[in-house]
Design a protein around this ligand. Sequence first.
Ligand code: HEM
Length: 201
Amino acid sequence: MGWVQASRRGRFGPTSNNSPLKQDGKVVTHVEDVDGARGQEDDITKRSSSSTTGTGTSTSTSTSKQFPFAPESLSDDALPFIPKEAVLERGKQSKKTLRDQGNNHDGEGKQEDNKDNEHWIVIDDIVFDCSDFISEHPGGQQVILSFVGEDCSWQFWRLHGKNIMEQYGRALRVGRTEGIKNRFVEPVRYVGLSKLGDDGW
Ligand code: HEM
């Protein structure tokens, strides 16, 4: 049944060796500077401590999840609402555990140790639980981990098409939210003149 099962089987086979992209022997850090996540963390801590609703205990077992994976047939609008504060708090917890384990964006950590964490990211106000998926992600774990508890919409859409969202992302949806910000301003895209009409527009 869809991605979840595929993920358990190791959908991406040999590419799913928990290794981020490498070039010239070095881990390719993302254009969005994954290390910048540390700065955001303080911000998140401040914001979430001011008003947090809490999300209860977080575990990765599907039976006890407060926000389990939504059926793929469910429309985005029908997803359960997860308050911004809960998303930020979850991101904070996730980052704390990663840091405690010495695994905060610094390399190829052992994600299987993070059983008490759920790694949520936000794309277009939809919350995705990437806890199990990160070890299968062809782009590596770190790019996703660097955005836990944050919006990464434009980064996602620059690297993936709608088909990827439908085929793999949809099954990872756990809810919808509002007000989660992207910590990076999207760089301007330039359109080639050849794509413009005769009148230049
Ligand atoms: C719902 C979350 C995500 C899903 C389901 C997902 C899925 C995928 C899939 C299926 C691929 C392989 C694409 C292909 O082979 O054509 C891929 C590649 C990749 N992803 Fe993601 N991804 C997610 C989030 C992210 C995020 C947040 C980032 C970074 C901001 C990211 C960065 C990358 C990169 C760098 C690649 C490699 C691209 C390449 O090899 O050309 N992904 N992702």
